[in-house]
Write a protein of this length. Structure first.
Length: 201
């Protein structure tokens, strides 16, 4: 793993390395790279605005946020982000995190599929929303310097991410018609995702 891209760094320590290993083991290459890019986008956005944030909490949440889309962790009843929140609680309990910090990791993952959170209210949740939106559908990409975007995609290539991710969401929508993923699939989200400017390079 590259621990720095265009001056933006990944946190060191046991928690970050464990999250990276688990994501790399259970996600395919495209989903793993998406999770890492989501962190870098969010961290770069925060740094450009001089925002203080909990880098470890954000990194761990970013690396775990989509793991409930993969078969070993998929729930047949819960929306994937809620199942992912439960996964984060279990994972971080193993790290010895406090109940409050475990709840925060779950909260970030759940909220990344909800309405925008203001950074002054919850900076880490906002960063995961920013990072995932930019990487999935290209929303807000104009906030990032083209050189940063190029460096990030070079370090963590797309690997056909858009098409495979759309299929994952379509599967969630079919099986859980009331979930947030289903609402996106019913709109023009798939078209926006598959035309993300990050895939034009």
């Amino acid at each position: 793993m590259l621990f720095e891209v265009a001056g933006v760094r990944v946190p060191a320590g046991r928690a970050a390395e464990a999250a990276r290993l688990v994501c790399a083991e259970y996600a395919d290459g495209a989903l793993y790279h998406h999770s890492v890019r989501s962190y870098f986008f969010g961290a770069a956005w925060a740094e450009a605005r001089g925002l203080d944030f909990d880098r470890e909490l954000f990194f761990v949440s970013a690396l775990l946020h989509d793991l409930a889309l993969v078969p070993p962790f998929d729930s047949h009843t819960l929306p994937f982000e809620e199942a992912g929140g439960h996964l984060a609680r279990v994972f971080t309990a193993g790290l010895g995190w406090s109940a409050e910090r475990r709840d925060r990791a779950a909260e970030l993952i759940v909220l990344h599929m909800r309405d925008d959170v203001a950074p002054e209210v919850d900076v880490e949740s906002r960063l995961l929303q920013v990072g995932t939106s930019a990487d999935v559908s290209g929303a807000g990409l104009d906030a990032f310097d083209p050189s940063f975007r190029e460096a990030l995609v070079s370090a963590y290539p797309r690997l056909g991410f858009a098409r495979s991710f759309v299929r994952l969401f379509q599967d969630q929508a079919e099986r859980k018609p009331g979930c947030a993923a289903a609402k996106l699939v019913a709109q023009d989200w798939a078209e926006r995702t598959e035309s993300n400017p990050l895939d034009r390079g």
